[in-house]
Design a protein around this ligand. Sequence first.
Ligand SMILES: CNc1ncnc2c1ncn2[C@@H]1O[C@H](COP(=O)(O)O)[C@@H](O)[C@H]1O
Length: 914
Amino acid sequence: MEWINSLPKIELHAHLNGSIRDSTLLELARVLGEKGVIVFADFENVIRKNDRSLAEVFHLFDLIHKITTDHKTVTRITREVVEDFALENVVYLELRTTPKRNDSIGMSKRSYMEAVIEGLKSISEVDIDFVTASDSQKLHNVCDGIQRKKIYVRLLLSIDRRETTESAMETVKLALDMKDVGVVGIDLSGNPLVGEWNTFLPALQFAKDNDLYITLHCGEVPNPKEIEAMLDFKPHRVGHACYFKDEDWTKLKSFRIPVEICLSSNIITKSISSIDIHHFADLYKAKHPLILCTDDFGVFSTTISNEYALAVRAFGLGKTETFALARTAIDATFAEDEVKQQLRLIFESASPRLLHLCIGAETALNLRLDRIRNRNRFPRQLGLQSVVSNVDRNDSKEENGGIVKNFVNVPNLISMARLVSGPALWWMISNKMYTSAFVGLAISGASDWLDGYMARRMKINSVVGSYLDPLADKVLIGCVALAMVQKDLLHLEYSSISSGSSRYQDSSYNRNFVMSRVDKVETTKEVADTLQQIETKSDQGATKILTTLYVGNLSPHTEISHIIDFFKDVGEVVHVRIAVNDMGTHKGYSYVQFASSNQAKMALKKKNGESLHYHKILLGVPRRNAEFFSRPEYCINHKVWYKDDYLGPESLVIEEDETVEGGLDEYPNFVKEAAIRKKTLFVANFSSGTIISDIIDFFKNVGEVVRVQLSVNKMHRPKHCGLVEFASIDEAKKALEKNGFGFVEFASSYEAKKALKEKNGEYLLDHQIFLDVAKSAPYPPGPNLVIEDDETPNFVEAVAIRKKTLFVNHLSCHTGISHIIDFFKDVGRVVHVRLNVWYEDYLRQENLLIEEDEAVEGLDVTPDYVEEVAIVKKTLFVANLFGVTRICNIINFFKDVGVVIRVRLIVDHMSSAY
Ligand SMILES: CNc1ncnc2c1ncn2[C@@H]1O[C@H](COP(=O)(O)O)[C@@H](O)[C@H]1O
C-alpha cells in the first residue's frame, strides 16, 4: 500500500489541537509538569491510551488545551501539523481550530488566530500557499531554484458547542475579518452531547449570508431532530454523519452535501461499531461526494495515508478508484476556483506516475514516511526537518522530472498503432482470417510490452501516453472479444470480463487479501475440480447436499434477498443460511441451496469471483456437515431466531429424514440434532406480545424448557410461533399431552368476543383454558360467490369465519368437542370445533397462517381485504350451464355487457362441468 503515501491527498477535516504530534504533547506536558502547572502523570496516562470513547476524547481535548493555549505553542503546533500533512503529500489542507480567549495570558480570539497565521508563516521546509489575497502575497516561501513540495492551506474557524450565541457570533466576525489571510469558513464542533443547535444558528446563518462556507459536525451521536435541522440548513459540507436515518440520507443526497469521512475516529470513538458497516460504502456506491479525513490524527494515532489504506482494504478500492476518490475531494474544498484548478493540474501530473509507472524511489520516501507515521506517543529523535527537506528534493524531482508534454514520441506511436490494430483484427476475425488475426494479435500484444519498455528507456513520461496505452489495450481486447462473440467463438460474458481486465487488476489487492482468509475456488482449474467433486458426490447418491454451495466473502451489508438476486441469472435459490455469531453479527459466509444440482454447478461456473457489494464472492462445495451446523440468523431487536433461515416446516421434515434415517453412524454429529428435535415442540399461535419467558412460564408445570426459538418473518416481525426445546423427551411428550389446542367457531363474532372476554383463563377438565384471536381460518374457506343485488357482500368467508373463531389453548388430552361446546354454552353457540393435538397438523395450516397472519390482527381489524371485496363485487355466480359450455362460450355470452377477466368452471372429479 506504499503508493498511497505518494498519492496527492486533500485533507478537509483536521482539528489543529487534535493533530498535535504526541512527541510535542509530551514535551509540552513535561515542561509544564516540571513547572508544577499540571500533573504530568495525568497527561501521560491519557496520551498513552489507545481506545478512546467519545467522552474520553473530549476529556483529552480539555487536557490538551491546558498545555497548548499560549501564543508560542499555538504557532509551533500549527507549523508542525502543516509540515506533517505536507510530508504525507497532502497538497491542500483545510485546517480548523477553535479561536480561544484566555484573559490570564492576554489571549483573545483574534490573537489566538494571529498565532496560527504566524505558524503558517514560519513554515520553511515546504512551500505554503495560505492567503487568498493578491498574487504578490502568495507563496510566502520563495523558491530557491529547486522545486519543493507545496501545500495549500486554508483555515476554518470552529465554534465549540459549549459557546454562547454571542461568542459564536464573535468567531464568525473574526472569520470575516480574516478572509484575506486564508480563512474560508466556519465549522461547528465540540462535544456533540453538549449544546443546542438553536444557539449557533444565528451565527451560522450570519456566516452563510456573508459568503463564508459552513461545515457542521452532524450526526456524531444519535440526535434525529438536530440532524434534520442541520440538513435543512444546507451546510456546504458535513462531518461524520454516523447516525443518519434513511430520511436523512435521502436529504443529504438530494442536496448533494459532501461528507467528511473520518474512519479511525468513528471506529475508535465507537460511533460506528465496525468499519465493515461504515456508511462510506453506501455513499461511495451512490457516488455521493465524500472526502477521507483524519479528524484528529494525534488523538487517534492515524495519518491521512492510513485512512486511505483503511478504505482500500475495507471497501476493496483499486488504485484508479483511490486516485479518483482523492481527486474528487477538490470539488468539495472551500478553495478559490483558481486553487482548484491548480489542484487539478497537480493530480493530472501525478496520475501517470501513480497509475501506470513503477517508481523505485517511492519506496525510499515511504520508508521515511513510515517512520513518521509510526511515530508513537513518545518523542523520537527523528530529525524531522532534515527528513522533510531530503524527501522534498527526491520526490519533487521525480514528480516533475521526465514529464513530456509533447505526445508525439515513439512509445505513443506504438500505442496508437495498437489502437488501430483493434478494428483491423475485428475485421480479420469477422472474415475468418484466423491465422492473420492470430499473428496480428501476437504482434499487438508484444507492442504493449515494447511501448512501456521504450518509455522507460527514453525516460519519457507523457500524460497522453499514460491514457493512450491502457486505451489501446482496451480497444484491442474489446475488438477481438466482440469479433469472437460475433463469430460464436466466445460467450458474451467472458468478453466483458476480458475487456474489463484492467479494472480487475486494480482490485487485485483486495482479492489477495480475501484469498488468504478463506478457502476459495479461484482458478478455472479449481472450478473444474470442484465441479468434478460435485459429480462424484452426486454419483454417491448425496444429491441433496450437492445442490448447496458455500458462498464466502460476503459483505456485511449482504442480506438473504441480495444473495437470491445475485444468483437469479443462474438458477433458483431455494434456501439461504447466513452464518452469524452469537451476537447476531454476520460472519461473512453462507450456504445457498439451489433448486437443482445443475444450477449449483452453473453458479459455481459463472458466479465465482463476481462482485456483490464490492466483495468478490467465493464459491465452494460445503463440507459435509457444515451447512447444517451454521448458526441461523438472529434478530437482536426481537431476541428471536430468524426462522426462514433456520427450520422451516419443510426443513423439519427433510432434516429429520436425513438425520434419523440417513444413517446415524455415518454422520454422528446429527445424532445430537435428532435428539434435540425429539425434545422440541413446535408451538404456534402465540399472541404478538409473547416473549420467551412467557413461554417458559407457560410450560413450567410440565417440564424444564431449555431453549425457545421464536420465529420471525423476513421483516423480522414475530410470526406467533416457534420451537420450544425441553430438557428431556418425556417432558416434551408431557407438554404435548397436556397442552392440546384447537379452534372454536361461534355462530357470531359477538359471541366470540364475549367468549374471549369471559372465558379466558377458566378451567375445563382441570385445565386452565387460554383463548386468543384466531390468526387464520381453521380450514380453507369454501366458495362464496353469490351477491345479492347491489349490496356490499359479507366479507369473504375466511374473514367472516376468522372473526367468529377463537384459538383455544392448554386443553387436556381428554377434552372432547362436546366438552368444549358445553364449556362455551353460557356465552354463545359453538358451530364448529376443530382440535389439533399434533403439531404437524398445525404445520400444514401454518402455510395459511403465514399468508394471512399480517392481514387480521384482531377481531375488529379487517385490513387489506379491499381488493378481495372488490373482486367479490365484480364476480357473478352463473348456474345452470349446459354440460358442454366452455370458458370461451361464457366470455362470448357476456361480451355485449362487459369484459370478462376470469372464469372458473366448477368441475367434478372427471373434469366435467357441473
Ligand atoms: C472526535 N470528533 C470530534 N467531534 C467534535 N469535535 C471535535 C472532534 N475532534 C475535535 N473536535 C473539536 O476540536 C477541538 C480541538 O481542536 P481545536 O482546539 O479546535 O484546534 C476539540 O476541543 C473539539 O471542540
